[in-house]
Design a protein around this ligand. Sequence first.
Ligand code: GDP
Ligand code: MG
Length: 178
Amino acid sequence: NSGVADSKNLRVKLVLLGDSGVGKSCIVLRFVRGQFDPTSKVTVGASFLSQTIALQDSTTIKFEIWDTAGQERYAALAPLYYRGAAVAVVVYDITSPDSFNKAQYWVKELQKHGSPDIVMALVGNKADLQNNREVPVQDAVEYAEKNGMFFIETSAKTADNINELFEEIAKRLPRVSS
Ligand code: GDP
Ligand code: MG
């Protein structure tokens, strides 16, 4: 099982996929550092951050988070990036139907080439921009259901549902029975 250390302390590789500009890096920074920096620039080189959370049953999950630095533009590099990932977080921007289409492309890609037991989450980010919404919640709910994914809308800006996203992922991870 990819990334499982032991039954009480799991270490999991998590990758983020999605169009450039949907807020992947901001989601990671909000989760790991509790910050939102609207002026942050694209980092050069892949960035790697980790964050550990504890579940109620005292299991700890250490997420090793792989965030792309613009490689999302190079589809050919993607398999190197998501190889061995236990979790894929596929992000779109609720104000951008294009980014929702691109998210569906990534889901298909992961279904074809990702680990068979990968946990996939579909994330509609920028939920604070309700007035500019162009992707209906219902479309995403239906798509996620059809593809066996967990779905949530988040805002890296306001922090809405960011911790919930990672907690829900943690609950869905396959466990080693002891
Ligand atoms: P990435 O290319 O997917 O990593 O996207 P970034 O994290 O670099 O974010 C792209 C832009 O979207 C930046 O200008 C962010 O400030 C902005 N952004 C990210 N998340 C949010 C959000 O939840 N709400 C709003 N309003 N803007 C966001
Ligand atoms: Mg980024």
